[in-house]
Design a protein around this ligand. Structure first.
Ligand SMILES: Nc1nc2c(ncn2[C@@H]2O[C@H](COP(=O)(O)OP(=O)(O)OP(=O)(O)O)[C@@H](O)[C@H]2O)c(=O)[nH]1
Ligand SMILES: [Mg+2]
Ligand SMILES: [Zn+2]
Length: 301
């Protein structure tokens, strides 16, 4: 009887979006699916990581329902994430504390656990080396986990593996920093496409084109296309920003004013800590720049 059954409903997880199809992983394998019903009209657009209910009819799936999301990121578009691996390269492209802080804010705002992955440690040399090493120590001091890796020498790669166990992770980072290379280093059979960066531009070429959820090290990890810039979402308010800097949060109770934005208020404990070099000055500078950016954006709308 079971042999003849061609229609059934099954739960699954969207692992890929491609050419108008959703590839859904179920306990009985992958099913190429379409969205059924009026998802668009209802303002639902399924993304990778979504838990869905499929109706399966002769090997084609139809997504009947998208289950409620635990969380989701707009960029990269992934739902139900336990942690974000923020990938920044030590070189090629140059290490950017500004980009890393931008990233951290976006992830902190969603209350998703960030882990910082430094890639291309084998390329670190010259004057950049001291700067990057100081930054790494600084982020660790804040309490962030920072893993130093190289897909070339395989340094640190094995430290990533245990973090993936039983979690859904997302890799996020600029194009060309080595996200796909890191996954290949963890599992060469993945054979993900990677590219050569253009040295003159220091930019990658967006080799990974689609978000894909990949089973790896007893977990799921989303490889994503890199981005070239990252804007703050419209709903982000200035007041929210200071909550996205854990080392500011740790000190804000000693600011003279409640609700201190740590800008020009007198008796600001955060500013004092920056002066005492207990808070990285780059973090404080970036915070100020983000505040300005959101202010200016607010003026435009
Ligand atoms: N020397 C060195 N090169 C690396 C390392 N990791 C990656 N690369 C090189 O950097 C280039 C870009 O790597 P990718 O893995 O394609 O980067 P990506 O982050 O996946 O880029 P997108 O898919 O465009 O977002 C490739 O030429 C890699 O060989 C590393 O640890 N050391
Ligand atoms: Mg890639
Ligand atoms: Zn303050």
């Amino acid at each position: 009887m079971a042999e003849n059954r061609i229609e059934e409903n099954r739960d699954g997880t969207i692992i890929r979006l491609q050419g108008g199809f959703y590839d859904v992983m179920t306990t009985q394998g992958e099913v190429r699916s379409r969205a059924r019903g009026n998802f668009r009209k209802r303002g639902i657009s399924p993304v990778v990581g979504d838990e869905v209910v499929l109706h399966i009819e002769s090997e084609t799936g139809y997504i009947l329902e998208v289950k409620e999301r635990q969380n989701f990121l707009v960029r990269p578009p992934v739902a139900n994430i336990d942690q974000a691996l923020l990938v920044v390269s030590a070189a090629e492209p140059d290490f950017s504390a500004h980009l890393l802080d931008r990233f951290l804010v976006l992830i902190e705002a969603k209350e998703i656990q960030p882990i910082i992955i430094l890639t291309k440690m084998d390329l670190l040399q010259g004057t950049a080396e001291a700067e990057v090493r100081t930054a790494i120590a600084g982020y660790r001091q804040i309490g962030y986990q920072v893993i130093e890796t190289s897909s070339e020498t395989l340094e640190g790669v094995e430290e990533v593996r245990p973090l993936l166990r039983e979690k859904t992770s997302v890799l996020a980072g600029q194009s060309g920093v080595g996200k796909s290379s890191l996954l290949n280093a963890l599992d060469p059979t993945l054979d993900l496409e990677t590219s050569h960066i253009s040295k003159s531009l220091g930019r990658g070429r967006h080799t990974t084109r689609h978000v894909t959820l990949i089973p790896l090290a007893d977990g799921l990890i989303a490889d994503t296309p890199g981005f070239s810039n990252l804007d703050f979402p419209h709903e982000m308010e200035i007041e929210e920003l200071r909550w996205c800097f854990p080392e500011f949060v740790a000190r804000q109770d000693t600011c003279k004013y409640r609700g201190c934005l740590h800008l020009n208020e007198p008796g600001c404990a955060v500013k004092k800590s920056v002066e005492a070099e207990e808070i990285m000055s780059s973090r404080y500078t970036n915070y100020g720049m983000f505040v300005e950016e959101i202010k200016n954006r607010a003026r435009r709308y």
